[in-house]
Write a protein that binds this ligand. Sequence first.
Ligand code: ATP
Ligand code: MG
Length: 380
Amino acid sequence: MELTQDFKSALWVLEKLENNGFEAYFVGGSVRDLLLGKPSNDIDITTSATPLEVKDIFKKTIDIGIEHGTVLVLGREENYEVTTFRTDGTYSDHRRPEKVEFVRSLKEDLRRRDFTINAFALSANGEIVDMFDGLSDLKNKILRTVENPFERFDEDALRIMRLSRFVSQLGFEVEPKTFEAARELSGHLEHISIERKLVEIEKLFLGDYKAQGIDVLIETRSDEYCPGFKELKLKEFSEIEEKNIVLAWSKLLWISDVEDAKAILKPWKASNQMIKDVQSVLKWFEIADERALNDYELYKFGLKYVELIDENYLEKYENLIIKSRDDINIDGKILMEELKRKPGVWLKIALNLIEKNIVEKKLANKKEEIIEWISSQSLI
Ligand code: ATP
Ligand code: MG
């Protein structure tokens, strides 16, 4: 296998581990993506060295999950997650185990992985280690668990949701036994933390084969373990192409006639930023559904949302007289001096009024004119 530049740049990590007498491989999603000819975001490395041994070997490391065997190795340009060969030990509650066991065999490490196409290792000399026939599944575009699907989904039910997510990203078919097990065991998704589910659902939302992914989500009844999804029109959402996660959520809620974005997103423990962004986009959609946005509305949304939602408004935005309060040629201090008034609610009202009238081109952005105009207004 010919390594791409990204892998070549990481070779020094494998070589250093090997020179110290350990085994080391590229592993997981990045190897799958390399075989598919797709770019991948992060290159993961697996090794027979324990975390302490890894920390001894490399000058600069950060503990990012020692208990799971992961050490971040800091390179000159890139950082790499180096994880010790491990098994997931015993499972309880159908969740990823808290404690993992370090092992010295690559095969044990690959066996704990979810799908055959995620269980490749790639050695420094470019050889693919394929212990579970992932290469033929990759060629035939099939998603199949490593070994018995009933056991694998029973161990960690998140894998059932990952199944839909990979269908959405890759457009592969699900192998029948894997599908049957997913449908049978999806009830265990109840025990899976919402944070882990959110990661998979958002990747599903952005996949190139979203319609297929959503079908599998529904057919395996995994959607029943997604808070609020009963209210959402997932099938209609399948037809909407969208590669930005804020817009994806927004469009899903919009077509589902959801007015309270927070009520849906809060149970997902979405970030406050995400909730705020989706609320703003929905507000925009509501206006745009009726008529074009006016200058003051564009001013209030700001450049970020104009760029995110509809670049056709960019020119109109650029032509705004002011872009923020800082652009106004007076401020609160000047106003108080000129009107000889103490701070109070009136000041906020006055500034808002001035701002709005400048944006709407009813008032020139000039100090004297602003003062004269605001003096003639009845403020409280
Ligand atoms: P992406 O490109 O979205 O990062 P990925 O395949 O790298 O996809 P990750 O969630 O980053 O997915 O996981 C990295 C690897 O770890 C997977 O390829 C798989 O081998 C293994 N893995 C991750 N989660 C699980 C799980 N719940 N059960 C078993 N193996 C898992
Ligand atoms: Mg990954």
